[in-house]
Design a protein around this ligand. Structure first.
Ligand code: AMP
Length: 115
């Protein structure tokens, strides 16, 4: 299948992942190489390759994805202390999987600016 990425396979449960949240619109799972005590990836069930695609994407689907990211952060208990949402986009940002995904990072004081 064209553009069949690791995250397509994770979403289809062909590759195992540690699920932390799932609803009609999003699937969230633990990052295999965590950069913070809490490091979760959230992917939309409506496929896009990267954040750059969202300018042309369906606005309602995009909104539901963003609401899903917010909901996952709440589900993880991160609202009180805060957290960071990261969309690595393209080569300079080291995006390694060409399937739109939000990183949610939390559980410690994060540094700014990031590297
Ligand atoms: P990015 O560099 O923004 O494309 O992020 C891809 C993320 O996917 C990295 O943080 C990886 O650690 C993570 N990752 C790669 N393979 C897996 C996997 N099988 N399960 C969970 N996370 C993964």
């Amino acid at each position: 299948m064209a553009n069949d990425t690791l995250f397509d396979k994770i979403l289809r449960k062909e590759i195992p992942s540690e699920a932390v949240y799932e609803d009609e619109h999003v699937y969230a799972f633990a990052d295999i190489n965590p950069q913070a005590p809490v490091h979760v990836l959230v992917i939309p069930k409506a496929r896009n390759e990267s954040f750059a695609d969202l300018k042309d994407a369906d606005a309602a689907e995009t909104g539901r994805f963003m609401q899903g990211v917010s909901r996952v952060a709440e589900h993880l208990g991160l609202e009180e202390n805060g957290y960071r949402v990261v969309f690595n986009t393209g080569r300079d940002a080291l995006q390694s999987v060409q399937y739109l995904h939000a990183h949610i990072l939390g559980g410690r004081k994060l540094k700014w600016p990031p590297g």
